[in-house]
Write a protein that binds this ligand. Structure first.
Ligand code: 5RP
Length: 234
């Protein structure tokens, strides 16, 4: 197992061991490669029949099934005891950039109704100061498909240095389609000075469904370090 992979596993296992509520009934499972280890650890719990897991997308649904966990929907369970998820970048205020895996809308929906939201990540995701320093691929933004030209124009007006419609795997594939049948834009604003303000400005654009800026939502963040230790923020 590579160093990064070990770091992801250590963060995820620690986060579950230290935060999973003994009497949990509804648990959110996020998306990405670090959450694979969250689902694995939760799948090892002796009481796994006593709670339901809510996915944040297609991959997450598969993780729940593959680990023998009970699957539910956010429509059935609109209130969660806890949610675990990865992040593309985390600042010291626990603001996040998410959406590298294109699941940001459902991830935010699930996190927004969880009593506790715990982030798991490897050491590369920590920002020394502002968001937009470690994660240089831009802020992921989910949009209604036919709004892409107007939203791109508005993002440049808001100060984006670069904004692109996220494309599929090949030149022929066209824009990627989210689990909600929308498009994604990645907008690079450089180091973000005011995360809450930028989120609000982008969210106010007609056509924007949600931004990958998670402001003040996470309670704790667990980082697997290169040393093998786990650093906890929050
Ligand atoms: C998906 C996400 C992921 O949680 C984020 O990209 C982190 O993924 P990984 O754990 O693979 O680094 O936001 O939309």
């Amino acid at each position: 197992m590579s160093l990064v992979e070990k770091a992801k596993k250590a963060a995820a296992y620690n986060a579950v061991d230290e935060n999973f509520p003994a009497n949990a009934k509804v648990v959110g499972i996020g998306s990405g490669s670090t959450v694979v280890y969250v689902a694995e650890r939760i799948g090892q719990l002796a009481n796994k029949e006593s709670f339901v897991c809510i996915p944040t997308g297609f991959q997450s649904k598969q993780l729940i099934i593959d680990n023998g966990l009970k699957l539910g929907t956010i429509e059935q369970y609109p209130s969660l005891d806890i949610a675990f998820d990865g992040a593309d970048e985390v600042d010291s205020q626990l603001n996040l950039i998410k959406g590298g895996g294109a699941c940001l809308f459902q991830e935010k929906l699930v996190a927004s109704v969880a009593k506790e939201f715990v982030v798991v990540a490897d050491y590369r995701k920590k920002s020394p100061s502002n968001l937009g320093i470690q994660w240089t691929q831009g802020v992921p933004i989910e949009i209604v498909p036919n709004s892409y030209a107007t939203v791109l124009k508005s993002l440049y007006a808001l100060g984006a240095k670069n904004a692109q419609l996220r494309q599929g795997g090949s030149a022929k594939a066209g824009p990627i389609i989210t689990d909600n049948n929308n498009f994604l834009i990645d907008a690079d604003f450089g180091a973000i000075e005011n995360v809450a303000q930028l989120h609000q400005q982008i969210k106010a654009l007609v056509g924007v469904v949600e931004t990958g800026l998670f402001v003040g939502m996470a309670k704790k963040a667990y980082f697997g370090e290169e040393s093998g230790e786990v650093l906890v923020w929050g």
